[in-house]
Design a protein around this ligand. Structure first.
Ligand SMILES: [Zn+2]
Length: 339
């Protein structure tokens, strides 16, 4: 049985459910004894120090919400697009031309609509791009990077899950992805969003090693915060994400399963509007994650345009790239410790 495509979007949350659909290893492919010996102990046997060690590896540190955003704005708005395209299928070895065409739609039909919308409203956005997408779609990269208003940032090599990699492989793929985006987009990326928001024990350390300013993959807050590494400030700014602020769970479908889009664009609009209204009241941050091959469809672009128009109608809104938000938060963020 093939791994369901939806698994790649819901990778972290549904890791257990998705892995249950994968082929079961035959007796001949049974793991060697030393691998079986490495099976972790049942979680109810973990000691409190061990539990603290596990949750403390990557943790939320100080709140980085500034007293106000540039020009006295009360909320920062970061629109982001994860340009997964074909990589969502390729990373699961799914090579059906039909599936791949569903990803191709992202660059061919979705990106032009998204860029036109952003141009109409004169707002910047951040595009998180798997390096393989950049290789397959150089014209898309030119269109995103050319106006000089949008940001191109890291989103893996081929949408691989970091938690399945050893440290050396993850380092090599991150380096290759940074170099590839720099070569094709013309500027070295300063931020990342991990594919499927998946983290390995090495991901944060590698982000620091490569000097990244920010990450946008974790979910410990609505506000920007500094990431702690084993209890120590890492210097990496976190611009947090959430599934309710992602188009995928609402709009994706898998033909072979019962997974279907459950929301109309109007219903998703109402959730995202309420999330923005909350961020506006709290004077903090609104980050939205979308995918060109998902939100790039006509009915959803119309909904996004309605949302952008609504946000623009409120006074004191700062639309910015993730890089701009992260730099400002790092420089002007508050110093309140978070517990
Ligand atoms: Zn992605």
């Amino acid at each position: 049985m093939r791994t369901l495509p939806v698994c790649f979007a819901l990778g972290i949350l549904l890791a257990t459910a998705c892995s249950s659909t994968a082929p079961q290893p035959s007796a001949a492919a049974a793991p060697p004894p030393q691998a079986r010996a490495a099976t972790p102990p049942p979680p109810w046997t973990l000691t409190e120090p061990r539990i603290r060690e596990i949750v403390g590896r990557v943790r939320a540190g100080r709140d980085l919400t500034p007293g106000s955003w540039p020009n006295g704005a009360r909320v920062a708005v970061g629109l982001s697009f994860d340009v997964d395209n074909e990589t969502g299928s390729l990373r699961d070895n799914l090579q059906s031309p039909s599936l791949l065409s569903q990803g191709e739609y992202g660059s061919r039909a979705g990106i032009p609509r998204i860029l036109a919308l952003l141009d109409r409203h004169k707002v910047p956005a951040t595009f998180f791009v798997p390096a393989v997408t950049a290789l397959l779609h150089p014209d898309t990269m030119k269109a995103i990077a050319a106006p000089g208003r949008h940001e191109v940032a890291l989103h893996s090599w081929i949408h691989e899950r970091n938690s399945q990699l050893d440290e050396a492989t993850e380092r090599e793929l991150m380096k290759r992805s940074i170099d590839t985006l720099e070569r094709i987009a013309g500027r070295r990326p300063v931020g990342m969003r991990t594919a499927s928001w998946d983290y390995s024990p090495y991901t944060l350390g590698l982000a620091r090693e490569f000097g990244l300013l920010y990450d946008s993959s974790l979910m410990a807050d609505d506000r920007p915060y500094e990431v702690l590494a084993n209890g120590q400030p890492s210097g990496v700014v976190q611009l947090p994400v959430e599934w309710i602020l992602d188009d995928f769970p609402y709009f994706w479908m898998d033909r072979a399963s019962t997974v279907r889009p459950t929301m109309t664009p109007d219903e998703v609009f109402s959730i995202w509007k309420a999330e923005f209204d909350g961020a506006y009241e709290e004077r903090t941050l609104f980050i939205l994650t979308m995918h060109p091959h998902v939100t790039g469809h006509r009915s959803r672009i119309a909904m996004l345009e309605r949302l952008v128009s609504y946000i623009e109608s409120r006074p004191g809104v700062w639309f910015a790239t993730h890089e701009q938000i992260a730099r400002y938060a790092r420089e002007h963020g508050t110093t309140r410790p978070q517990g």
